[in-house]
Design a binder for this molecule. Structure first.
Ligand code: F6P
Length: 378
């Protein structure tokens, strides 16, 4: 019988985190289980910093709130933690045993890890040290293996769609090419779905390195029909067939992915202006797409994820990731989700190095986009 559990939220925030927390707390209380929250993800676990969560006080009124009430950090890898030694040199240490001790001392029967691939990799590694872990797949990128939809993704697509709608009016009034750069890391889900929903003319995604001439061709076809404007959506991880990813910053951390993407939108706007002679501008959607209130879909999905996570704990099923497949909640072992992930960037999904979930060419979204004339840059 479990009596005491803790939640941590790790990695970039995503709409729906608070709704998952609320669902776990409510289900826990309903079953006589006490619930706590580590502050700022794995950082709180390392610093032994946690608070009691209670549906009549701090875990109430959360459904519509963005962010996470217990905070998050996306640079804390406790298995390879950046320290400064007495000579002032940088050293990486495995501090995970300290975390395990904190969990044991507090008597937590299970830790719920709300996060993406990096978070779930640490979760799997803690499970190998005997900690009962249950992962919940959070990321706006929708790139977690073995689950159809991660929470936060639907809201990100809705925000990006609204941005495309708004860009359309300026593009049309000024006869411009307007580029929208969206997030998603090495997967093009946000770009492709929002391009379909917003009626964009081209969607450039990491899964299909683009030929700029194909995009120019599409813009010129539209001009020939009297449409003197175009809206292009690009994933931050899109790259030209003859070029590289555009990187904003190399991060000094020892996580799975130490690259901060960004800048492809500017490059596209510049190249398209040169090749078409049309005024071209770029908009980077940035953190707007992962902040703020979750969509109704994400509120329901997050609630289902939270309830299922607690139900698994009550049934004694640990070291798994809660999944949503074919409309049903389920679970898969953490090993299956992140077991092989050695690197995240620049390799395709379902390989030995990384099984992040990317769009495959047989996905119906690809066919749909092509059928309605969205240029995918190939
Ligand atoms: O994984 C979520 C995400 O928002 C990505 O889409 C993006 O590449 C990254 O996080 C940005 O991370 P940061 O918060 O470190 O800027």
């Amino acid at each position: 019988m479990i009596k005491k559990v803790a939640i941590l939220t790790n990695g970039g925030d995503a709409p729906g985190l608070n709704a998952v927390i609320r669902a776990i707390v409510k289900t826990a209380e309903h079953n006589g289980v006490e619930c706590y929250g580590f502050i700022e993800g794995y950082k709180g676990l390392l610093e032994n910093n946690y608070i009691k969560l209670d549906s009549s006080t701090n875990a109430s009124g959360l459904l519509h709130k963005g962010g996470t009430i217990i905070g998050t950090s996306n640079s804390t890898n406790v298995f390879n933690y950046k320290c400064i030694n007495e000579n002032g040199e940088v050293e990486y240490k495995d501090l995970s045993d300290e975390c395990v001790k904190h969990i044991q001392d507090a008597g937590f029967d299970c830790i719920f890890t709300l996060g993406g691939d990096g978070t779930q990799k640490s979760s799997r590694d803690f499970s190998l040290k005997g900690v009962n872990c249950i992962g919940v797949p959070k990321t706006i990128d929708n790139d977690v293996a073995h689950t159809d939809v991660t929470f936060g993704y639907n809201t990100a697509v809705s925000v990006a769609t609204e941005a495309i709608d708004r860009l359309h009016t300026t593009a049309e009034s000024h006869h411009r090419i307007l580029v929208l750069e969206v997030m998603g890391r090495y997967a093009g889900w946000i770009a492709l779905e929002s391009a379909i929903a917003g009626g964009a003319d081209a969607a450039l995604i990491p899964e299909i390195p683009y030929d700029i001439n194909k995009v120019v061709e599409k813009i010129n076809q539209r001009r020939a029909k009297g449409k003197n404007f175009s809206v292009i959506v690009t994933s931050e991880g899109a790259k030209p067939i003859d070029g590289d990813l555009v990187i904003k910053q190399k991060l000094d951390d020892a996580g799975l992915d130490n690259i901060k993407l960004g800048g492809i939108g500017d490059k596209l706007a510049h190249d398209l202006e040169e090749l078409t002679g049309m005024v071209s501008r770029n908009t980077v959607l940035g953190y707007v797409q992962r902040g703020g209130t979750p969509s109704a879909f994400d509120r329901v999905l997050s609630t289902r994820y939270g309830v299922k996570a607690m139900e698994l704990a009550l049934s004694g099923i640990f070291n798994v990731l809660v999944t949503y497949r074919g409309g049903e909640m389920g679970y898969v072992s953490l090993e299956d989700v992140v077991g092989n992930n050695k690197v995240i960037g620049a390799v395709s999904g379902n390989t030995k190095e990384s099984n992040i979930r990317r769009i495959t060419m047989d996905n119906d979204l690809i066919k749909t986009a092509r059928s309605i004339g969205i240029c995918l840059g190939d």
